[in-house]
Design a protein around this ligand. Structure first.
Ligand code: ADP
Length: 280
Protein backbone atom coordinates (compact mmCIF):
# COMPACT_ATOMS: atom_id res chain seq x y z
CA UNK A 1 0.00 0.00 0.00
CA UNK A 2 1.30 3.43 -1.00
CA UNK A 3 1.19 6.52 1.21
CA UNK A 4 -1.71 8.81 0.38
CA UNK A 5 -1.42 12.61 0.50
CA UNK A 6 -4.42 14.33 1.99
CA UNK A 7 -5.28 18.00 1.93
CA UNK A 8 -7.21 18.72 5.13
CA UNK A 9 -9.35 21.76 5.95
CA UNK A 10 -11.37 22.61 9.04
CA UNK A 11 -14.57 24.64 8.79
CA UNK A 12 -16.58 26.13 11.68
CA UNK A 13 -19.89 24.27 11.83
CA UNK A 14 -22.14 26.00 14.41
CA UNK A 15 -22.15 25.46 18.19
CA UNK A 16 -18.39 25.30 18.35
CA UNK A 17 -18.32 22.19 16.17
CA UNK A 18 -15.95 21.86 13.23
CA UNK A 19 -16.31 20.18 9.87
CA UNK A 20 -13.15 18.39 8.74
CA UNK A 21 -12.77 18.06 4.99
CA UNK A 22 -10.07 15.78 3.64
CA UNK A 23 -9.23 15.52 -0.08
CA UNK A 24 -6.98 12.89 -1.61
CA UNK A 25 -4.42 14.90 -3.60
CA UNK A 26 -1.97 12.05 -4.26
CA UNK A 27 -2.51 11.89 -8.02
CA UNK A 28 -2.50 15.67 -8.37
CA UNK A 29 0.81 15.98 -6.49
CA UNK A 30 2.36 13.16 -8.50
CA UNK A 31 1.36 14.82 -11.76
CA UNK A 32 2.79 18.13 -10.55
CA UNK A 33 6.08 16.46 -9.51
CA UNK A 34 6.33 14.76 -12.91
CA UNK A 35 5.76 18.05 -14.68
CA UNK A 36 8.49 19.71 -12.62
CA UNK A 37 10.92 16.87 -13.31
CA UNK A 38 10.15 17.06 -16.99
CA UNK A 39 10.81 20.81 -17.19
CA UNK A 40 14.03 20.38 -15.19
CA UNK A 41 15.16 17.58 -17.51
CA UNK A 42 14.42 19.52 -20.68
CA UNK A 43 16.23 22.58 -19.36
CA UNK A 44 19.24 20.50 -18.45
CA UNK A 45 19.29 18.79 -21.84
CA UNK A 46 19.22 22.13 -23.61
CA UNK A 47 21.65 23.88 -21.33
CA UNK A 48 24.56 21.55 -22.02
CA UNK A 49 24.78 21.96 -25.80
CA UNK A 50 23.92 25.62 -25.45
CA UNK A 51 26.84 26.20 -23.08
CA UNK A 52 29.17 24.53 -25.55
CA UNK A 53 27.81 26.65 -28.40
CA UNK A 54 28.11 29.93 -26.52
CA UNK A 55 31.67 29.04 -25.50
CA UNK A 56 32.74 28.32 -29.06
CA UNK A 57 31.07 31.41 -30.46
CA UNK A 58 32.92 33.57 -27.94
CA UNK A 59 36.19 31.86 -28.73
CA UNK A 60 35.73 32.35 -32.46
CA UNK A 61 34.80 35.99 -31.93
CA UNK A 62 37.75 36.83 -29.72
CA UNK A 63 40.67 34.64 -30.82
CA UNK A 64 42.37 34.72 -34.19
CA UNK A 65 42.53 30.99 -34.95
CA UNK A 66 44.20 29.04 -37.73
CA UNK A 67 41.79 27.86 -40.40
CA UNK A 68 41.85 24.16 -39.44
CA UNK A 69 41.05 24.94 -35.83
CA UNK A 70 38.19 27.21 -36.85
CA UNK A 71 36.82 24.40 -38.99
CA UNK A 72 37.05 21.96 -36.08
CA UNK A 73 35.15 24.35 -33.79
CA UNK A 74 32.50 24.92 -36.41
CA UNK A 75 32.11 21.15 -36.77
CA UNK A 76 31.56 20.78 -33.02
CA UNK A 77 29.08 23.65 -33.07
CA UNK A 78 27.15 21.98 -35.87
CA UNK A 79 27.03 18.78 -33.79
CA UNK A 80 25.62 20.55 -30.74
CA UNK A 81 23.07 22.43 -32.83
CA UNK A 82 21.92 19.15 -34.37
CA UNK A 83 21.54 17.69 -30.90
CA UNK A 84 19.27 20.52 -29.81
CA UNK A 85 17.32 20.21 -33.03
CA UNK A 86 16.68 16.48 -32.42
CA UNK A 87 15.61 17.21 -28.89
CA UNK A 88 13.10 19.83 -30.00
CA UNK A 89 11.78 17.52 -32.73
CA UNK A 90 11.26 14.71 -30.21
CA UNK A 91 9.57 17.05 -27.75
CA UNK A 92 7.23 18.25 -30.46
CA UNK A 93 6.52 14.67 -31.53
CA UNK A 94 5.55 13.78 -27.96
CA UNK A 95 3.28 16.76 -27.50
CA UNK A 96 1.62 16.16 -30.87
CA UNK A 97 0.92 12.58 -29.83
CA UNK A 98 -0.67 13.76 -26.62
CA UNK A 99 -2.88 16.26 -28.37
CA UNK A 100 -4.12 14.21 -31.30
CA UNK A 101 -7.16 11.93 -31.39
CA UNK A 102 -6.63 8.19 -31.00
CA UNK A 103 -5.97 6.41 -34.29
CA UNK A 104 -9.10 4.48 -35.15
CA UNK A 105 -9.82 1.82 -37.72
CA UNK A 106 -10.42 3.95 -40.76
CA UNK A 107 -6.82 4.17 -41.92
CA UNK A 108 -4.91 0.97 -42.81
CA UNK A 109 -1.16 0.91 -43.32
CA UNK A 110 0.46 -1.90 -45.30
CA UNK A 111 3.14 -3.65 -43.22
CA UNK A 112 5.26 -4.22 -46.32
CA UNK A 113 5.38 -0.48 -46.96
CA UNK A 114 6.38 0.26 -43.35
CA UNK A 115 9.16 -2.31 -43.53
CA UNK A 116 10.46 -0.93 -46.82
CA UNK A 117 10.59 2.60 -45.42
CA UNK A 118 12.35 1.29 -42.31
CA UNK A 119 14.89 -0.52 -44.43
CA UNK A 120 15.77 2.56 -46.49
CA UNK A 121 16.09 4.63 -43.37
CA UNK A 122 18.15 1.99 -41.55
CA UNK A 123 20.66 1.67 -44.36
CA UNK A 124 21.07 5.44 -44.52
CA UNK A 125 21.48 5.77 -40.77
CA UNK A 126 23.96 2.89 -40.65
CA UNK A 127 26.08 4.61 -43.29
CA UNK A 128 26.00 7.87 -41.38
CA UNK A 129 26.83 6.18 -38.07
CA UNK A 130 29.65 4.02 -39.33
CA UNK A 131 31.21 6.53 -41.70
CA UNK A 132 33.84 7.29 -39.10
CA UNK A 133 34.51 3.74 -37.98
CA UNK A 134 34.24 1.97 -41.30
CA UNK A 135 32.26 -1.24 -41.67
CA UNK A 136 28.46 -0.74 -41.94
CA UNK A 137 26.08 -2.95 -39.95
CA UNK A 138 24.77 -6.22 -41.32
CA UNK A 139 21.11 -5.34 -41.53
CA UNK A 140 18.60 -8.10 -42.22
CA UNK A 141 14.97 -7.57 -43.15
CA UNK A 142 12.36 -10.22 -43.90
CA UNK A 143 12.88 -10.97 -47.55
CA UNK A 144 9.44 -10.55 -48.87
CA UNK A 145 9.11 -11.30 -52.56
CA UNK A 146 7.55 -8.43 -54.49
CA UNK A 147 3.81 -8.52 -53.99
CA UNK A 148 4.04 -10.67 -50.84
CA UNK A 149 1.21 -9.80 -48.51
CA UNK A 150 2.15 -9.07 -44.93
CA UNK A 151 -1.23 -7.51 -44.23
CA UNK A 152 -2.15 -4.12 -42.84
CA UNK A 153 -2.24 -2.39 -39.46
CA UNK A 154 -5.10 -0.11 -38.43
CA UNK A 155 -3.64 3.19 -37.35
CA UNK A 156 -1.65 6.25 -38.18
CA UNK A 157 1.11 5.46 -40.69
CA UNK A 158 3.39 8.29 -39.55
CA UNK A 159 3.13 7.26 -35.91
CA UNK A 160 3.81 3.60 -36.61
CA UNK A 161 6.71 4.58 -38.83
CA UNK A 162 8.18 6.72 -36.10
CA UNK A 163 7.86 3.93 -33.49
CA UNK A 164 9.54 1.36 -35.75
CA UNK A 165 12.25 3.87 -36.77
CA UNK A 166 13.04 4.72 -33.17
CA UNK A 167 13.55 1.06 -32.28
CA UNK A 168 15.67 0.51 -35.34
CA UNK A 169 17.72 3.65 -34.75
CA UNK A 170 18.46 2.49 -31.19
CA UNK A 171 19.51 -0.95 -32.42
CA UNK A 172 21.92 0.65 -34.90
CA UNK A 173 23.20 3.30 -32.50
CA UNK A 174 23.95 0.79 -29.76
CA UNK A 175 25.38 -1.92 -32.04
CA UNK A 176 29.05 -1.48 -32.90
CA UNK A 177 30.12 -1.02 -36.53
CA UNK A 178 29.88 -4.26 -38.50
CA UNK A 179 27.41 -5.76 -35.98
CA UNK A 180 24.20 -7.56 -36.93
CA UNK A 181 20.71 -6.09 -36.68
CA UNK A 182 17.76 -8.30 -37.59
CA UNK A 183 14.23 -7.07 -38.24
CA UNK A 184 11.35 -9.57 -38.21
CA UNK A 185 7.62 -9.56 -38.84
CA UNK A 186 5.89 -12.64 -37.47
CA UNK A 187 2.19 -13.40 -37.79
CA UNK A 188 0.76 -15.63 -35.05
CA UNK A 189 -1.99 -18.24 -35.17
CA UNK A 190 -4.34 -16.17 -32.98
CA UNK A 191 -4.28 -13.29 -35.48
CA UNK A 192 -1.82 -11.12 -33.55
CA UNK A 193 1.61 -10.26 -35.01
CA UNK A 194 5.03 -9.15 -33.82
CA UNK A 195 7.46 -6.62 -35.23
CA UNK A 196 10.88 -7.11 -33.67
CA UNK A 197 14.36 -5.67 -33.86
CA UNK A 198 17.26 -7.73 -32.60
CA UNK A 199 20.62 -6.04 -32.07
CA UNK A 200 24.17 -6.92 -31.12
CA UNK A 201 24.55 -4.04 -28.69
CA UNK A 202 25.71 -4.03 -25.08
CA UNK A 203 22.43 -5.44 -23.76
CA UNK A 204 20.48 -3.96 -20.85
CA UNK A 205 20.54 -5.17 -17.28
CA UNK A 206 17.16 -6.45 -16.07
CA UNK A 207 17.00 -3.80 -13.34
CA UNK A 208 16.59 -1.08 -15.99
CA UNK A 209 14.02 -2.74 -18.22
CA UNK A 210 10.89 -1.45 -16.50
CA UNK A 211 12.06 2.17 -16.68
CA UNK A 212 13.37 2.34 -20.28
CA UNK A 213 10.30 4.09 -21.67
CA UNK A 214 10.37 6.92 -19.11
CA UNK A 215 11.25 10.29 -20.56
CA UNK A 216 15.00 10.95 -20.27
CA UNK A 217 15.71 7.64 -18.55
CA UNK A 218 19.09 6.39 -19.68
CA UNK A 219 21.11 3.37 -18.71
CA UNK A 220 24.37 5.00 -19.73
CA UNK A 221 24.17 8.75 -20.07
CA UNK A 222 27.41 9.41 -21.91
CA UNK A 223 26.95 6.56 -24.35
CA UNK A 224 23.46 7.73 -25.26
CA UNK A 225 24.72 11.25 -25.93
CA UNK A 226 27.68 9.99 -27.97
CA UNK A 227 25.31 8.22 -30.29
CA UNK A 228 23.05 11.24 -30.65
CA UNK A 229 20.28 10.09 -28.30
CA UNK A 230 17.73 12.51 -26.89
CA UNK A 231 16.45 10.17 -24.16
CA UNK A 232 12.92 10.48 -25.60
CA UNK A 233 12.93 7.76 -28.27
CA UNK A 234 11.38 4.98 -26.22
CA UNK A 235 8.91 7.37 -24.58
CA UNK A 236 7.64 8.17 -28.09
CA UNK A 237 7.51 4.46 -28.93
CA UNK A 238 5.50 3.71 -25.79
CA UNK A 239 2.98 6.45 -26.57
CA UNK A 240 2.48 5.34 -30.15
CA UNK A 241 2.04 1.72 -29.11
CA UNK A 242 -0.47 2.56 -26.40
CA UNK A 243 -2.48 4.49 -28.95
CA UNK A 244 -2.54 1.40 -31.17
CA UNK A 245 -3.34 -1.12 -28.40
CA UNK A 246 0.06 -2.69 -28.99
CA UNK A 247 2.63 -3.55 -26.34
CA UNK A 248 6.40 -3.47 -26.12
CA UNK A 249 8.46 -6.42 -24.89
CA UNK A 250 12.19 -6.25 -24.30
CA UNK A 251 14.47 -9.25 -24.00
CA UNK A 252 18.10 -8.55 -23.34
CA UNK A 253 21.33 -10.26 -22.36
CA UNK A 254 24.14 -8.07 -21.11
CA UNK A 255 27.13 -8.55 -23.35
CA UNK A 256 25.28 -10.01 -26.32
CA UNK A 257 22.34 -7.79 -27.28
CA UNK A 258 18.68 -6.92 -27.02
CA UNK A 259 15.45 -7.66 -28.84
CA UNK A 260 12.67 -5.07 -28.78
CA UNK A 261 9.33 -6.55 -29.87
CA UNK A 262 6.05 -4.84 -30.64
CA UNK A 263 2.98 -7.06 -30.38
CA UNK A 264 -0.12 -5.95 -32.27
CA UNK A 265 -3.46 -7.47 -31.26
CA UNK A 266 -5.54 -9.25 -33.88
CA UNK A 267 -8.14 -6.47 -33.89
CA UNK A 268 -5.55 -4.02 -35.30
CA UNK A 269 -4.57 -6.31 -38.17
CA UNK A 270 -6.12 -7.54 -41.39
CA UNK A 271 -5.04 -9.20 -44.61
CA UNK A 272 -4.48 -6.69 -47.38
CA UNK A 273 -7.73 -5.91 -49.14
CA UNK A 274 -7.61 -7.12 -52.74
CA UNK A 275 -7.74 -4.37 -55.34
CA UNK A 276 -11.10 -4.21 -57.11
CA UNK A 277 -10.96 -6.27 -60.32
CA UNK A 278 -10.36 -4.21 -63.43
CA UNK A 279 -13.47 -3.67 -65.52
CA UNK A 280 -13.58 -5.47 -68.82
P1 ADP B 1 18.25 7.50 -26.06
O1 ADP B 1 18.01 8.62 -26.97
O2 ADP B 1 19.04 7.85 -24.85
O3 ADP B 1 18.70 6.26 -26.74
P2 ADP B 1 15.75 6.09 -25.67
O4 ADP B 1 14.48 6.52 -25.03
O5 ADP B 1 15.68 5.67 -27.09
O6 ADP B 1 16.78 7.24 -25.43
O7 ADP B 1 16.33 4.89 -24.82
C1 ADP B 1 16.45 5.00 -23.41
C2 ADP B 1 17.67 4.24 -22.91
O8 ADP B 1 17.50 2.85 -23.11
C3 ADP B 1 18.95 4.59 -23.65
O9 ADP B 1 19.59 5.71 -23.10
C4 ADP B 1 19.78 3.34 -23.49
O10 ADP B 1 20.44 3.36 -22.24
C5 ADP B 1 18.75 2.23 -23.46
N1 ADP B 1 18.58 1.57 -24.77
C6 ADP B 1 17.61 1.81 -25.68
N2 ADP B 1 17.73 0.99 -26.74
C7 ADP B 1 18.80 0.22 -26.50
C8 ADP B 1 19.45 -0.83 -27.23
N3 ADP B 1 19.00 -1.25 -28.41
N4 ADP B 1 20.55 -1.41 -26.65
C9 ADP B 1 21.00 -1.00 -25.46
N5 ADP B 1 20.44 -0.01 -24.73
C10 ADP B 1 19.36 0.60 -25.23
Amino acid sequence: SRPVRLSVQLYPYGDGRRLLLARDVTAQEQAEAMRRDFVANVSHEIRTPLTVLVGFVETLQTLPLPEDERARYLGLMAQQSARMQHLVEDLLALSRLEGSPLPGYTQWTPVGLLLRQCEDEARGLSMALTRVHGKPHQIEFPDSPPGADLGEIAGAATELQSAFSNLLANALRYTPAGGRVVVRWQAHADGSATFSVQDAGPGIDATHLSRLTERFYRVDRSRSRDTGGTGLGLAIVKHVLQRHNARLEVRSTVGSGSTFSVIFPAQRLRATALPAPAET
